[in-house]
Design a protein around this ligand. Structure first.
Ligand code: MN
Length: 280
């Protein structure tokens, strides 16, 4: 099994190293990750600059614990998480059997996954038709990666034994492989209440803005620290984590809101005639 590992916390992040140590025992491992922390950059790609890439000594990166019979390579990318995944799959590594992004420090739940660099990197694996896992632990403070690493080993081994079928989606006309967004509560495995297959909930955190300094030009700092109170019913990823369950949400890309199509058709009914009216 050939595995690509990336993240958005940077190639030296403890969560990525925890993932690397377990994945190195499952198959050939290629680590291609940003050189520095890139959380919150979503699916951004660098299209207006060339992206510097350096090979990384994986023995030094992973230490002695990574004794493995499989080859390991590593590349540090001075770009975004999505850049790392694209460079890996298109050039540095080529096709793989599994793409893993994480283990992220902090949850990626509900609508907030749209700004997640962890999910943004993983998206590039999914778009190319490779089975893909984004995995996060639900705390930025003192995150515990052992449970997530253990789950990752089980998921990778299961996918290796039973490769999921790829289907071509009639909506997107590309091969849809598994794209799993996995989140774990930051508690010991002994306190976990189960593993739940979920749907995305609403947003979990909103932005607050404060002014910083007094010089011109004015500066403002955006923080994602405003809790959002809203319904997160049973079956959503946010509900699962609140109830100390591991959440696994299968994702796709289609964001179309089908419910809004009929009201929109009636709201805009007169627009085509007005817009296209010939005045000659
Ligand atoms: Mn992150």
């Amino acid at each position: 099994m050939k595995i690509l590992l990336t993240n958005d916390d940077g190639i030296h992040a403890p969560g990525l190293l925890a993932a690397a140590r377990v994945l190195a025992s499952v198959g050939e491992l290629h680590i291609v990750a940003p050189s520095r922390e890139q959380s919150g950059v979503g699916s951004a790609l660098t299209l207006h600059d060339a992206i510097p890439v350096s090979a990384v000594d994986t023995d030094e990166l992973l230490g002695d614990e990574a004794g493995t019979q499989y080859p390991i390579t590593g590349f540090s990318v001075q770009g975004t998480p999505a850049d790392s995944c694209v460079l890996a799959l298109e050039r540095l590594v080529g096709p793989v059997d599994l793409v893993v992004s994480g283990i992220n420090r902090g949850s990626n739940l509900g609508g907030d996954i749209l700004i997640s660099g962890t999910v943004g990197a993983a998206l590039q694996g999914f778009l190319r038709g490779f089975p893909t896992i984004a995995i996060s632990v639900g705390s930025v403070q003192n995150p515990q990666f052992d449970g997530a690493a253990r789950l990752l080993r089980l998921l990778a081994a299961q996918l290796s034994r039973n490769p999921p079928p790829r289907t071509t989606s009639p909506r997107t006309s590309f091969n849809e492989a598994f794209f799993l967004n996995v989140n774990l509560p930051n508690v010991p495995l002994s306190e976990i209440n189960g593993v739940q297959i979920t749907r995305l909930g609403g947003r979990s955190y909103g932005e607050s803005v404060r002014e910083e300094g007094s010089e011109e030009p004015k500066k403002y700092r955006i923080s994602r620290n405003k809790p959002i109170s809203g319904e997160n019913p049973e079956g959503t990823d946010i509900w699962a984590l609140k109830n100390n369950r591991i959440s696994i949400t299968p994702l796709r890309v289609d964001l179309t809101n089908g419910d809004q199509i009929p009201p929109l058709e009636s709201l805009l009914a007169d627009i085509p005639a007005q817009l296209l009216q010939r005045q000659d």
